[in-house]
Design a protein around this ligand. Structure first.
Ligand SMILES: Nc1nc2c(ncn2[C@@H]2O[C@@H]3COP(=O)(O)O[C@H]4[C@@H](O)[C@H](n5cnc6c(=O)[nH]c(N)nc65)O[C@@H]4COP(=O)(O)O[C@H]3[C@H]2O)c(=O)[nH]1
Length: 711
């Protein structure tokens, strides 16, 4: 350091070495200083009187360049924006005769901007005026920049914290908030973060709807140090329950001591609702709101997997509505839908909350009843269901009745997997249909083989007509007054090469399903008319033959077809009677009345079959051109045992007579039933007591006997 060369008037305190030290030592000391020592005048341009070698490193100028402003003044080096501030601060310190410390920017010789820290003091003359300024200037750019970076990072963090859409929190492990951002306050419904911190002091009890969630949160924190996508239901300040998802971690100090938890909170109620909605749609039937086939399978799978109480049964119950197809086809889908909804509600009302009622599709419902003690308890539920479904229901101003056929399989006795249980319940349901509907059947092993033939049956039924495998049997109808034969009912049989003689109840429903009932029905009509004509031509007793009509046959083209058959067989219409089921009369009234009128005009008779099992009312019958009612055999069977059945039979007879209708009782099997019917004014009877359905040959014989007894 060229002390002398760089100083004009050296301050003895700075530049003159003590007598015992060499100036060389001072030179070295100053040169090693990381900064610049100066003495400058307190004038317009702060002219430097002394300046140490550090000047070059600090400013990029040689000390000589600044000395007495030879090249540039120090003031010029100060950033223009800071000059005023620097002067003001120094002036203030001088006025107080104190030291000054200032941070400001300078522009180096190479144009670089640097931050400097200056520490100095005024040197005063004895009269108090300022003689000079002495001090030290150091480059602090790096520190400034890292401070700046820190401030920037802090500012950014603050901004994220304050402006995040997600809630951000820090909590103590004991469950109090240390810090929260405005978003969390908003999510939880508090006025401000402060309001939340003050009001929500016990997270476990005040926040979580399920207290155990907090325990689970703590457990995960302890075991794994963090939670991710931790979903819970929480209370907002106003008590509303919302769903949140938390991501959080435990923060420890260097010694491993747990300090606090910090994390984020996302409000996910909408997503949850949406997910629930999607899940619901995927697992529920849109019409009835009941669980659908998918959910049924999952539920049943679970039900048979969980350990059950010893000897407890799980019942799988197939409920199928009788003649639903017919209602849907004839009354329209809207009414069909209404009916399905009504039935769904009724089924639900018959079982416990823990049982499942699902819609399997169409008019099929499946119930899963768990923990049933024995068959009796299942039977009780089934009886409730039969009664509930059979209750009348209204659509507009009309009242309807529908019944159901039910099949039940039991876990574990009837199957140990979902497929088998469902298949066997379905088989049992078909058995219930065959047994005359409106009843329930438990699965039995033998049904398995029969019903596995269902598909085969449909295939062979299609071929049966061509192969001439159908036969008609005839059952006598007898006058109650004198026991004479006054008619015959034609009943179809199927002589199947594989299955032997098949009863109509077993194949007519299939024929209806497969759309084969119309050609089969036409065959029956032709055959019965031709047979009756043949008996007449053989000189036997002239009686009407009754033919059963499936609802599906009863359309506008039927009268023409019947006329054609009568013409072909040359049978007079008075010797033909058509039996329609009770449900047919409920068919679209206008069209049905027109078709029945057209049929009546041909001169034949019409009777209503299975009366009492369906949903027609007597008064409704008034509108239909029918001649007779057939009381269903289920009432006749119970006449002696059941007061209700006896009362119904009596009422039907007298009301039918008021409407000028003949009454025929079906299924009369003994003398007691016959007596009862006779005493109560029934007109005709039919049943095993008077003759079973018999082949043409047998019936011919019967007619011949009848004729000879008359003669
Ligand atoms: N337990 C008992 N039963 C008796 C007695 N007397 C007669 N039966 C049976 O009762 C049924 C009466 O016929 P349905 O009610 O018209 O009921 C018929 C009818 O709805 C239908 N069906 C029969 N033939 C035809 C047909 O050609 N076309 C259509 N569409 N359906 C038919 O099949 C049903 C059943 O016919 P089947 O099995 O022949 O059964 C017949 C007959 O065999 C008795 O004293 N006791």
């Amino acid at each position: 350091m060229k002390i002398v060369a760089s100083s004009i008037k050296a301050d003895p305190s700075l530049v003159s070495a003590p007598a015992n030290r060499s100036p060389r030592l001072l030179e070295t000391l100053l040169a090693n200083l990381d900064g610049m020592v100066y003495r400058r005048r307190e004038d317009e341009s702060w002219a430097m009187e002394f300046i140490s070698e550090g000047c070059l490193a600090l400013t990029g100028y040689l000390p000589e360049d600044l000395l007495m402003n030879q090249l540039v003044s120090y003031e010029q080096l100060i950033h223009a924006d800071d000059r005023h501030m620097v002067r003001a601060r120094i002036a203030e310190s001088l006025s107080q005769q104190s030291r000054f410390e200032i941070e400001y920017r300078i522009v180096r010789a190479d144009g670089q901007l640097r931050w400097v820290w200056e520490r100095g003091v005024g040197i005063f003359n004895p009269d108090g005026s300022v003689d000079a300024l002495e001090g030290f200037i150091q480059d602090i750019t790096e520190r400034k920049e890292s401070n700046q970076a820190l401030l920037e990072a802090e500012r950014r963090y603050r901004s994220i914290f304050e402006n995040a859409i997600e809630g951000v929190f820090q909590t103590t492990p004991s469950g109090a908030y240390i810090a929260v951002n405005p978003a969390l306050a908003r999510i939880y419904g508090y006025r401000s973060p402060e309001d939340l911190i003050v009001s929500l002091r016990d997270i476990r009890h005040q926040l979580y709807v399920e207290n155990e969630r907090r325990a689970e949160f703590m457990r995960l924190m302890e075991e794994e140090g963090s939670v991710s996508n931790f979903e819970s239901r929480v209370y907002r300040r106003d008590g509303e329950i919302i769903w949140i998802s938390e991501n959080a971690r435990a923060v420890h100090d260097e010694a491993g001591q747990l300090l606090f938890y910090e994390g984020t909170v996302e409000a996910i109620t909408e997503r949850k609702l949406y997910e629930a909605e999607i899940r619901h749609q995927a697992t529920h039937d849109a019409l009835t709101g009941l669980p659908n086939r998918t959910m049924l399978h999952n539920h049943l799978q679970r039900a048979i997997q969980i350990p059950r109480q010893k000897s407890a049964l799980t019942a799988v119950v197939f409920v199928d509505l009788d003649q639903f197809k017919y209602i849907n086809d004839s009354l329209g889908h809207q009414i069909g839908d209404e009916l399905l909804k009504t039935v769904a509600q009724r089924l639900v009302s018959c079982v416990r909350d823990s049982d499942m009622v699902a819609r399997q599709g169409g008019d099929e419902f499946v119930l899963v009843l768990e923990n049933q003690a024995d068959e009796n308890s299942i039977t009780e539920v089934m009886q409730r269901i039969l009664t509930a479904v059979a209750k009348p229901w209204r659509a507009g101003d009309r009242e309807f009745h529908i019944t159901s056929s039910i099949g039940i399989s039991r876990y574990p006795t009837d199957g140990r997997d979902v497929e088998t249980l469902l298949k066997n319940a379905d088989s049992a349901m078909y058995k219930a249909k065959e047994r005359g509907r409106n009843n329930f059947q438990f699965f039995a092993r033998w049904m398995d083989t029969q019903v596995s033939n269902r598909l085969e049956m449909l295939v062979s039924l299609r071929q049966a007509l061509d192969k001439d495998e159908f036969k008609l049997f005839y059952q006598p109808k007898v006058s109650i007054a004198d026991g004479s034969i006054i008619g015959a009912e034609a009943l179809i049989r199927w002589q199947s090469p594989e299955q032997g003689m098949v009863a109509p109840d077993r194949f007519i429903p299939f024929a209806e399903e497969a759309g084969l009932i119309v050609p089969i029905g036409e065959w029956v009509l032709r055959t019965a008319c031709a047979q009756n004509k043949a008996w007449q031509e053989a000189g036997l007793l002239q009686i009407p033959v009754a033919v059963n009509l499936s609802p599906r046959q009863l359309d506008q083209s039927l009268p023409d077809f019947v006329r054609k058959v009568l013409t072909e067989s040359a049978l007079s219409a008075q010797w033909l009677e058509l039996e329609i089921t009770e449900n047919v009369v409920m068919k679209d009234a206008e069209k049905t009345v027109a078709t029945l009128n057209a049929l009546k005009q041909l001169g034949l008779k019409i009777s209503v079959d299975d009366f009492g099992t369906g949903y027609s009312s007597l008064s409704y019958l008034r509108r239909f051109p029918v001649d007779a009612l057939k009381i269903d055999k289920s009432f006749v069977r119970d006449i002696a045992r059941d007061a209700d059945s006896a009362a119904i039979v009596k009422a039907v007879i007298s009301l039918a007579h008021i409407l000028n209708l003949r009454v025929i009782a079906e299924g009369v099997e003994d003398h007691e039933q016959y007596n009862f019917l006779r005493q109560n004014g029934c007109d005709e009877v039919q049943g095993y007591y008077f003759g079973k359905p018999m082949s043409v040959a047998d019936f011919t014989l019967r007619l011949q006997q009848e004729q000879s007894s008359e003669e």
